[in-house]
Design a protein around this ligand. Sequence first.
Ligand code: GLY
Ligand code: MN
Ligand code: MN
Length: 506
Amino acid sequence: MLLLKNVSNRSVNQFSSKILRFSTTIGALPEKDKSAHRNLNGNLGQPTSWTHPHLLKNGDIVPNIKVEEFKERRARLMQGIQKHSFNIEPTIKNHTVIIPSATKKYMSDKIPYVFRQNSEFFYLTGCLEPDSVLVMTIDESSQPTSTLFMRPKDKHAELWDGPRTGVDNSLELFGVEEAYPVSQFKTQIARKTNEKDHTVIWYDEHTSDQHHLSEIFRDSKTKRPLKSPATFLQSMRLFKSPAEIDLMRKTCKIASDAINEAMAESQPGFSEHHLFAMVDFKCRMNDASYLAYPPVVAGGNNATTIHYINNTQLVQSGDMVLMDAGCEYGGYTSDITRTWPINGEFTEPQRVLYDVILTLQKDLIGILLREGGENLDKLFETMCLRLGKYLKEVGLIAAHITNDQAIAKAAYAFCPHHVSHYLGMDVHDTPLMSRSMKLMPGMVCTVEPGIYIAKDRLDVPKEFRGIGIRIEDDVYIADSDRVEVLTADCIKERSSLESLLKSKRQ
Ligand code: GLY
Ligand code: MN
Ligand code: MN
């Protein structure tokens, strides 16, 4: 598989000096030097470092990322696609990649859902505008060009929905070479693809929100076989840049602190909904945009339903709560699970199972990059076998089961989900990337073993029924022999957890 890994700073500069036809100075500006942005007219459709200095610093386009990094990503994608295709079909040198933004979606008449930008579009532009399109081309010169198709400024629409960045401003703000109103997409794309022979069009109509674009490619004039750029893009997104890792640290810190506070402040009789609201509030108060997914807040037996998101029940004294929650900051997500007794004290069966899962989870983090943890699928096999062995020790798997395969299979009945996924802009990030790929520096993944014993599980001693426990951390592969637990501040050691829970209950 072609891996378009991040290139070194030196090669970033080489790329930049080759492709920057439209040079922007945003990154080098003294802070708040508005006069240097004289080409940007009117209000823009997203925060900037000069309109929102409390959110963005030093000319960042979006938190922590400057225009140069977006340009480098676009260049790397296009040059990677060209090189890969050349190896297969050397006569084809012209490529056009089309990445649509997300579209506005409505809850009911004129009532919008909260807008979330398409991760690929955001990764390549930093642009937060809906209903736009990025088109990147490369030809035999190997110099990529980027074109944004934007919603034009429109006084009436902006009266209702707020400012749009518009066509002209997008040149300077996003550092693209050309920009047009989105209404010209069809004519421009026909021009761009017809003027060059043998252009391959890369466009993933299955994941596009903008279905009208697919119609354009069915039109006879622009009719071409389409290829999906998704694998190339995901192979880039799999490896985070230093700026992205800082964003991952931040989103993980916000969620870790929020969950610690929610655990400390929780009380018997609180509803799952109340606990959801606490973690949501605490994440937002620390600058998260929103929670990264509908959290699982599950008391008692509800925790044995893996995707329980109703969050409507009261949590009674004696029950544990499983909270799987993470947030999004600057477009990057965290994904944490903690499980704790709502009254602050573990019962004996809860303690036994908590200790099994905590020991297992720490084992698995410790084994990453080593034998049994060299990739995520291997980590899953290790999880099943070790969980099985621990459950034999505590009597939940019969002593007569001695064969490793049978032990792992018996364990799978207690934890029927994978132990890890990649993490980044999306919670289940880069899903086309195989989990049997060797773990390498720059990747981020979760480690999330669990145990789920529903109350009707009659093959298990009664005292263990109705208990669901998962412990999930987010881990950055920092080096070929070092990992960094990005969610290390979120308390999970039993003694620390008991002290935390006691602190607000005295
Ligand atoms: N929160 C979803 C997951 O852990 O995969
Ligand atoms: Mn997860
Ligand atoms: Mn999770």
